[in-house]
Ligand binder design. Sequence first.
Ligand code: SPD
Length: 356
Amino acid sequence: MRKIPVFLLIMGCVVALLAGCARAPGKPELAKELHVYNWSEYIDPQIYADFEEEFGVRVVEDTFASNEELLAKLQAGATGYDVIVPSDYMVEIMIEQGLLAELNRDNVPNITNIDPKFASPPYDPGMVHCVPYQWGTTGIGYNTEVFEEPPDSWAYLFDPEVASEYAGQFTMLNDSRESMGAALKYLGYSLNTTDEAQLTQARDLLIQQKKWVYAYDSEQNEDLLSADETVLAHGWSGDFFMAAVEDERLWYAIPKEGGTIWADNLCIPKTAPSQYTAEVFINYLLRPEVGAAISNYTWYASPNAAASEFIDAEILEEPAIYPPPEVMAKLEWIEDVGEATPLYERMWTEVKAAGP
Ligand code: SPD
């Protein structure tokens, strides 16, 4: 058989690479499409476009509004997703239920960019299944024209004397663990308590509060603030900072009693149509410049240490995004509460079903 000259082989590879060759040597072929199931407004759409341009893979995104919605979708047999973005405690639940694939590290070399502080989270020791994506806190978004001082206490949402003043003007997250957690924190309990009496108190507090709540909403809460429908919103830090780019009246406070600290993670379901393409995508998101572009868009903190030098200073220096140690000490991670999970879900269902 005639040998192909080496220079022709090299030229062929270069041409193929420039043309967006779909296969790296010794690797499977990239899929044509990658299906991502993500929280809403959690990535700059330009990142999907850039990935498509470089790798020839079109990214199709669906969104969910809570970890429980994501879990229910997978449990119901959804098999089309390549990458999903569960939070900490939900990663643990999904691993336990056998829903997640293990990462092939050979395809994710940029995983070394993850800050050592995030590299072995208790919910997925050693990042065997997932890579941390963004982290943040849960607290109170507000309109600075209404509040001279930041509303930095859960009392604004739960103390009858204060919360009734803002009747019909605040939203709560439509999220069982977060809203039960806020009530538990106001009561001085852990947001991971499994004590039925404490959970019952939290449920009753949420039911008492319900008559003042404008809506339970996790996706439009910042828009409702900006539209002057509300003046306060229980929600996730970055969502308010991101909205403040357009409407500078909005800001965010971490309650002094402490709130939730959380990390969302890039994971691959066991049923993913293309695990290899998902890993190539995750590796792309872990590039320093791409990691920074994510935070510069979402206004959430990045677990990617190599991205820091490209993240805007106003994000890195904002104490409500990267809280100082004394604030961090008051924050609590939501954990998998195991057998108490149905109790949380029942209490939350009772809150939602209660009359105003
Ligand atoms: N707009 C994107 C918000 C993502 C928030 N995820 C936080 C989950 C905390 N339990």
